[in-house]
Write a protein that binds this ligand. Structure first.
Ligand code: FHN
Length: 619
């Protein structure tokens, strides 16, 4: 590192070692998620964030050259962590040699920005420095950077900044402020802490501060400063980064992973698509496949349909969606990622009105047929599951409806070789409070169709969960209320290394426990009840009652394979294995009622993790 002299003082190791310990404990804390309040900024700096809704995340660094493979062996999981002992355990001196080979001759900033623009994305956030410590830009504060240490001799961040400015989209830098596996003193993970010879203070002052200053001084206007894994970093350190940002880029927004609750907007946990609405500025971050950085084997590409639906759901919950691509070591963004992003971009060209600048659904959850977004007096109904009966049901809308219609109806004529003149949408309001929309027989738009409903006044809604008479209604556990004998909680666990999974669930059951959903059934009839839960062998054979339509349906829980000592988990987390079982054919009367779950006999081991129940109408 240029101009850096680290004092060799073991006594100063404390903060980094503590942070290291913590990183093994709670990923929520490592992300800084627990400490952030969903806040609304008092000034209008957040206006663009509310408007833009959709951004591109890029993980690109030395690790992109390895693509998850080291010495002929593939390491499955998030490939930018290849260096860690959880994966290939590559000594720093060896990993460092990758820099000497980094020569991404196919990198084309203009093409990357064009891809983002054509995909309907309004910002790019790219890894300027990830946990491996390598600066992907020209840094005077470290020789471990693309200019000094690689044969490439070009600053990709500069090229990207210029192209973003030309295209009029925002640029943000990802900077790993707490973990730096190259430097002594950084708060890394357990495996490097034992080798620490310098203090976090030294590392912070001599690398983090000058590098963040460089990034915020040399690349024009910066929209977001995106920090990651703050762990136990002190509030003073987080605040120092806030001050630097305020001084150099007063309009930039900082994400919550700066730590200590001092960010401007909230980043949910990796891949977490929320079941509930949140207020304030927040984002979901997701990947086009599984890994953040390029992994040769990872072909689990999200289809355009999946991308559009995740974007709609996130906007429906009140958030923004940032979707990641992992270019390879030469600078190529995988074709399948491009293709599916562009497919979603095409959809956005026609349906963007219902996404950009739109507000959350007043129902606060997904609908059986799709989701809702709002602008003033307009509701946008996003119908992604086209009903065979060409009707969709909406519960609890109190306003009078002025008009309904398709957003950008297709021209009548031939569509995909089939003649269509069916653009009509009509509605009927029932005295029960339900509104029924009659739609064209064939879905007029691929991926998801948007219906515009103009209301008298801003939407007024009774948000009781409606049980749909045509489509399956999913009741997430997050919408149930527990008495003192159970808890609404959530679980996070890892599948392949670093691939985080999230589930809302009801846990910590006592014998007296009772969880209740308030629902409104549109039509009396028979429904198939499905239960999604997980259990371990202690909970195996426990008995549960599901009460619907005044009748108790008993369930004997089966061990679904939850494991507490799985080698896949770090820090004592449980490997969760949810499964869904059809439990009963139930009769429901129409109207408002309760669905209740409770233990039938003595609870063992805290009981099941109940994630959801679903009700599927029987035709
Ligand atoms: O450890 C990183 C990981 O490599 C990746 O950058 C993600 C993106 O959100 N953040 C951290 C884990 O949450």
């Amino acid at each position: 590192m240029k101009k850096i002299t680290f004092a060799i003082a073991a006594a100063l190791m404390t903060s980094s070692v503590l942070a290291a310990d913590k990183s093994e404990n709670s990923m929520d804390e490592m992300w800084g998620e627990n400490t952030v309040i969903h806040k609304t900024l008092s000034d209008d700096r957040g206006a663009w964030f509310k408007e833009d809704k959709y951004s591109m995340f890029i993980h690109w660094g030395l690790y992109s050259m390895t693509g998850g493979e080291w010495k002929g062996k593939t390491y499955y999981g998030i490939a930018e962590w290849l260096m860690s002992p959880n994966m290939a355990d590559i000594p720093k001196e060896e990993y460092k040699k990758l820099a000497g080979k980094f020569n991404p001759t196919d990198f084309d900033a203009k093409a990357w920005v064009k891809l983002a623009v054509d995909s309907g994305m309004k910002n790019i956030v790219i890894t300027a420095k990830h946990h491996d410590g390598f600066a992907m830009y020209d840094s005077a504060a470290s020789e471990y950077d693309v200019i000094d240490a690689s044969p490439y001799k070009r600053d990709p961040m500069k090229e990207l900044a210029l192209e973003c400015q030309k295209a009029g989209i925002g640029l943000g830098f990802y900077y790993s402020q707490n973990q730096d596996w190259y430097e002594q003193g950084s708060a890394a993970i357990g495996w490097t802490s034992s080798r620490q010879t310098n203090s976090f203070e030294d590392y912070f002052n001599h690398k983090v501060v000058p590098q963040v200053q460089e990034l915020l001084s040399n690349y024009g206007p910066i929209a977001t400063v995106w920090f990651d894994t703050p762990g136990k970093m002190s509030k003073e350190h987080s605040m120092r980064l806030v001050e630097i940002t305020k001084e150099l880029q007063p309009n930039a927004l900082i994400n919550s992973r700066i730590g200590n609750g001092v960010g401007d907007f909230m980043t949910l946990g990796d891949h977490h698509i929320s079941d509930t609405n949140h207020t304030g500025l927040w984002e979901t971050i997701d990947t086009t496949n599984n890994s953040w950085s390029y992994a040769w084997y990872d072909q689990n590409w999200k289809t355009s349909r999946k991308i559009v639906n995740s974007l709609i759901t996130t906007v429906g919950r009140g958030g923004s969606y940032m979707l990641n691509v992992g270019p390879d070591g030469k600078g190529n963004i995988p074709q399948k990622a491009q293709q599916n992003l562009l497919g979603a971009g095409q959809w956005l060209k026609e349906n963007g009105e219902a996404i950009y600048g739109a507000d959350a659904s007043p129902w606060g959850r997904i609908q059986p047929w799709g989701d809702v977004s709002v602008k003033g007096n307009k509701l946008y109904l996003h119908v992604s599951k086209w009903p065979r009966e060409n009707e969709i049901y909406l519960s609890g809308l109190k306003n009078n409806i002025v008009s309904v219609g398709l957003l950008n109806p297709i021209e009548t004529g031939f569509l995909d070789g089939v003649f269509s003149d069916d653009n009509e949408v009509s509605f009927e309001k029932a005295s029960s409070g339900w509104t029924v929309f009659t739609l064209p027989k064939e879905q007029p738009k691929e991926l998801s169709t948007t219906i515009v409903v103009e209301l008298e006044g801003e939407p007024q809604v009774d948000a009781t969960i409606g049980i749909d008479p045509i489509q399956t209604t999913y009741l997430s556990s997050v919408f149930s209320k527990c008495n003192s004998g159970c808890k609404n909680s959530h679980s996070r666990w890892m599948e392949k290394f670093g691939e985080w999974k999230f589930a809302e669930n009801i846990t910590s059951w006592k014998d007296s426990g009772k969880a209740v959903w308030q629902v409104d059934v549109a039509k009396a009839g028979e429904y198939t009840l499905e239960v999604e839960y997980s259990a371990d062998d202690v909970v195996d054979y426990s008995e549960w009652y599901f009460t619907l339509g005044g009748k108790d349906y008993a369930m004997e829980a089966i061990d679904s394979g939850n494991r507490h000592n799985s080698k896949r988990q770090k820090g004592g987390r449980t490997l969760m294995r949810f499964h869904t079982i059809p439990l009963a054919l139930v009769d429901l009367p129409a109207g408002k009622q309760e669905i209740v779950v409770r233990p039938k006999s003595e609870v063992t081991g805290g009981g099941i993790f109940l994630r959801s129940i679903s009700l599927k109408p029987v035709k």
